[in-house]
Write a protein that binds this ligand. Structure first.
Ligand code: GDP
Ligand code: MG
Length: 163
């Protein structure tokens, strides 16, 4: 048990890269949890002397609009139920997509804290473009580059402040 953070977002925004960075940098352990569906990974991260669980939700591949709606709801609902806080990840390289909008609509109604983490902010130009993500209406917006690790300290501070 303990404090749990779930990472949700559409495919390819960089959820797994971010997840691996949290675990790798904080020298944490990735646990093999038996009986857990393959599309979710569980790990433990450590920051500011605090330890928390991280769930990397898997990439579903939508085959149709209906399936997409259902899968997105399922993914987000499970994450919100299991987690104490949600990292909603988006991608500065693509900008806001319809799928981001659909997920944002669901997550804005979450009773758990939601951190919007805009990934792939690799340079200043991306940073300027990424400000469009404020329009999704979340109070807590973080800009990171999971590849370089820039910005990850701020989001980790915000997460551990909740504990
Ligand atoms: P997921 O489907 O959300 O888990 O996304 P992945 O972690 O598998 O990443 C999708 C692609 O984005 C991969 O090619 C990553 O190398 C790339 N990627 C992840 N983070 C960054 C980043 O901060 N900057 C850039 N430029 N690419 C990234
Ligand atoms: Mg992934």
């Amino acid at each position: 048990m303990g404090f749990t953070v779930a990472i949700v977002g559409r495919p390819n925004v960089g959820k797994s890269t971010f997840f691996n960075r949290l675990l790798e940098q904080r020298k944490a352990i990735v646990e093999d949890t038996p009986g857990v569906t393959r599309d979710r990974q569980y790990g433990i991260a450590e920051w500011n002397g605090k330890t928390f669980n991280v769930i990397d939700t898997g990439g579903f591949v939508p085959h149709s609009e209906d399936v997409f709606e259902r899968e997105i709801r399922k993914q987000v609902t499970i994450a919100v139920e299991e987690a104490n806080a949600i990292v909603f990840m988006a991608d500065a390289a693509t900008g806001i997509t319809d799928l981001d909008d659909a997920m944002a609509d669901i997550l804005r109604r979450s009773t758990k804290p939601v951190f919007l983490v805009v990934n792939k902010v690799d340079n200043n130009e991306r940073m300027l473009e990424a400000t469009e993500f404020y329009s999704l209406g979340f109070d807590q917006v973080y800009f990171v580059s999971s590849i370089s690790g820039s910005g990850t300290g701020e989001i980790l501070d915000a997460i551990t402040d909740l504990m």
